[in-house]
Design a protein around this ligand. Sequence first.
Ligand code: CP
Length: 304
Amino acid sequence: GRDVISIRDFSKEDIEFVLLTAERLERELKEKGHLEYAKGKILATLFFEPSTRTRLSFESAMHRLGGSVIGFAEASTSSVKKGESLRDTIKTVEQYSDVIVIRHPKEGAARLAAEVAEIPVINAGDGSNQHPTQTLLDLYTIKKEFGRIDGLKIGLLGDLKYGRTVHSLAEALAFYDIELYLISPEMLRMPKHIVEELKERGVKVYETSDLEAVIGELDVLYVTRIQRERFPDEQEYLKVKGSYQVNCKVLEKAKEELRVMHPLPRVDEIHPEVDKTKHAIYFRQVFNGVPVRMALLGLVLGVI
Ligand code: CP
């Protein structure tokens, strides 16, 4: 279909095609400064949860493609506040636009929107479930930095239970010949069904709570925030708050080539002193959101 709902809907070939398209668009944009592929097209962004990067990089991507954008960043300013259903919201917004990007706290909300809508729908994060466009920009970043994904040792650190970025990313990485280190507090381990699936798909998976024991092995350390807003109980959050902090001392044990990634926002899990080190690539990762989302918008609109 023309929707982007879960990374599970992608084959390895689909992923590679998006990455190649993003690379091409990044090059074209650099050469020409502005593209016109989406001229006359309208993107609607419906954000029922806070966002800085995903919403603004989709907006930027649509403008860079010559299209325009409508939408809301705050559901409380929409008629959802008056009790309108998601279904009716989507049936309305699709009358005004050519593609919808939606972020919603409920798992499955983007899938429902895609079933209702006749225009393409892109999932910008649904609860703790999936964040497929983040995963594509993460893969794009790894490929750009290393020239490959195969052969790397990749650590996912932090909230592997509630973090949707790591759920999508782990599933996508299973297409590649990598070793995966899942580093988290005991309470926040990667869901069992995902770990089982990774193993079945031939990924070497190591689970640990000890970052310092494994950091020296890694080529990529993908850090995540503890997802406070997903905890049913604040007391449970307080038990794991501040479990990890990547700082210059911790990085003394790392390989010189280690790249530290983070989908952002961060709270305190990466000390700002790391930003100036050669390990830090999370703001380059932010930049990569634009060409990847340009590729996705162009492909689902059928204009590139
Ligand atoms: N990485 C990411 O999804 O950031 P935002 O929540 O700011 O969109």
